[in-house]
Design a protein around this ligand. Structure first.
Ligand SMILES: NC(=O)c1ccc[n+]([C@@H]2O[C@H](COP(=O)([O-])OP(=O)(O)OC[C@H]3O[C@@H](n4cnc5c(N)ncnc54)[C@H](OP(=O)(O)O)[C@@H]3O)[C@@H](O)[C@H]2O)c1
Length: 234
């Protein structure tokens, strides 16, 4: 039985990955910072839950060691902020955005390394903003490019461990809960109408792409674009 740790597995895309891998027989561990989110998630999936802040290296190392050897590490933790035209972006806000996503992603990878099985997979999540010409996304786009930029060098450096990432566009997850519902719905309707696929992705759509990357033994060093064609319409 494969052992999987999903940091960020208590919500959205990570929770959908945990449900899919648990159904296919993995021993799944999900981790996040909020107890309430963790408890709600555990009511929907057969998994073991852990309270963890991915930016705390020692805590990640201890958790990973306690469930080693890890066959699959999936990092779906999310941040916010860093968006808007460059002229108005607060540099402190952009730094915080990197603190919320890029640095914890690197910290989790580094701290979990000693616990990875010889042929483990590591799967990260970037975003379409990493390579689309969307005004107002220079900050968040460079953050996601930094995450996706980890993939190729680490796939070479850590081989035979495989390292990949998925790059989503718009996905209907609790990440959008920070927006008033009416504003989010209007944005989704407008975005869906412009997308070649004509729809906003579900967490499950992106989880399927992550499961492929995490389980297929022939895929490494790959950023799999699963953005509904958003990069074509930017
Ligand atoms: N939703 C979209 O439209 C979209 C589009 C493109 C890319 N993405 C990317 O997809 C990934 C998943 O996003 P999502 O939409 O599934 O977001 P989400 O529903 O907000 O889930 C994020 C998860 O990460 C956890 N988390 C955040 N910071 C953490 C930390 N420091 N340590 C441990 N866990 C942490 C959260 O739990 P706690 O807060 O309790 O820790 C939660 O479980 C992110 O990388 C996001 O940037 C999302």
């Amino acid at each position: 039985m494969a052992t999987t740790l999903i940091v960020g597995g208590t919500s959205g895309i990570g929770l959908a990955v945990s449900q899919q891998l648990s159904r296919s027989g993995d021993e799944v561990h999900i981790a996040g910072r909020s107890r309430k989110r963790l408890e709600r998630a555990l009511a929907t999936v057969d998994a073991r839950g852990h309270l963890l802040d991915g930016s705390e290296s020692a805590a990640v190392e201890a958790l990973a060691r306690s469930i080693a050897p890890l066959d699959r590490l999936v990092i779906t933790l999310a941040g916010s902020g860093g968006t808007g035209p460059l002229a108005g972006v607060e540099i402190g806000d952009l730094r915080r955005a990197f603190d919320e996503k890029y640095w914890p992603t690197v910290t989790v990878m580094q701290a979990a390394l000693p616990a990875l099985a010889e042929r483990a997979s590591v799967t990260l999540v970037g975003a379409v903003t990493a390579r689309a010409a969307m005004p107002g996304t220079a900050g968040i786009g460079s953050l996601n490019a930094a995450v996706e930029g980890l993939v190729q060098p680490l796939a070479a450096e850590l081989a035979p461990i495989r390292v990949n990432a998925v790059s989503p566009g718009y996905v209907d997850t609790p990440w959008w809960d920070g927006f008033p519902a009416a504003q989010r719905d209007a944005f989704f309707a407008q975005a869906a109408a412009a997308l070649p696929t004509g729809r906003i992705a579900t967490a499950s759509d992106i989880a399927e792409a992550i499961v492929l990357l995490a389980t297929n033994p022939n895929i490494t060093g790959t950023v799999l674009v699963a953005d509904g064609g958003a990069r074509l319409t930017a």
